[in-house]
Design a protein around this ligand. Structure first.
Ligand code: G3P
Ligand code: MG
Length: 248
């Protein structure tokens, strides 16, 4: 089974990585709106906890790279978000963008009808897995108009915890390199999808995944020709900073 076509992904299998992050500052509301404008049906986003347990959408464990401020997430509370500009470094047109909470992002995506691939990041300052996955659960359950949701993580324990909370939810194991026992690791979670660094893709793996009904999405690819040989072998989808080039 596969969702792919011989020549490329189906339109609902193009996920905007951190939003349309080539055109707008990553993991901001502007980047998620831009993804929708480019026609993406899904966005990928990263979540982590602040010191006070607020679940925010940000890739790194500090605000240094993406905002006008500095500091570890583990030293910040929700009140600090109003002071941090998450758009100005990207460009003047995005001045005033904030680090959003997951709740805020899900509300916007629900309005837009765009799905959320929530990547649960594990950082050293996180106190417990339960606090982290519980915060994701609260954001999902508190959303009045919930968009389609899937969960991904490099941490199999985070996925297993989410399976216990939401047994029907699609879960994707993130790998930079494919482990030899990938099928056993997926079964142990259990997870039905693999999100793999495109550099680790192979035709043989895709054929085995297809036989097992496992979905495979490649990250992070901004040039469609890179994946051309993999769609006929069963590649399901792509996670890209530039969704429009796969949706043209
Ligand atoms: O979901 C794929 C990709 O986001 C994983 O890597 O570092 O961009 O979160 P990273
Ligand atoms: Mg990510």
């Amino acid at each position: 089974m596969t969702n792919s076509t011989p020549n490329g992904p189906q339109r609902d299998e193009v996920q905007a990585h951190r939003g349309a992050s080539l055109a707008a500052p990553e993991n901001t509301i502007a980047a998620f709106r831009e993804a929708a404008e480019q026609g993406a049906k899904w966005v990928e986003l990263d979540v982590a906890l602040l010191q006070d347990g607020t679940l925010v959408v940000i890739h790194d464990d500090s605000v240094d790279r993406t905002t006008t401020g500095t500091g570890s997430l583990g030293a910040l509370t929700r009140s600090a978000l109003a002071e941090l500009d998450a758009g100005a470094r990207f460009g003047d047109a995005f001045k005033g963008e904030r680090i959003p909470t997951l709740e805020e992002v899900l509300a916007v995506l629900g309005e837009l009808g765009v799905g959320a691939n929530i990547e649960i990041k594990q950082h050293k300052h996180h106190r417990s897995l339960e606090q982290l996955t519980g915060a994701v659960q609260s954001a999902i359950e508190g959303c009045p108009a919930l968009p389609p949701i899937m969960i991904s993580s490099f941490d199999p324990a985070a996925l297993a915890a989410m399976h216990r909370l939401f047994p029907e939810m699609e879960l994707a194991m993130l790998w930079s390199k494919l482990p030899a026992d990938w099928a056993e690791q997926l079964a142990a979670i259990p997870a039905s999808s693999v999100h793999l660094d495109y550099k680790a893709l192979s035709i043989g793996f895709l054929e085995q995944a297809r036989e097992r009904g496992v979905k495979v999405r490649a990250w992070t690819v901004n040039e469609p020709s890179v994946l051309a040989s993999f769609w006929p072998a069963g590649l399901t989808g792509v996670i890209t900073d530039d969704p429009k080039v796969f949706l043209g």
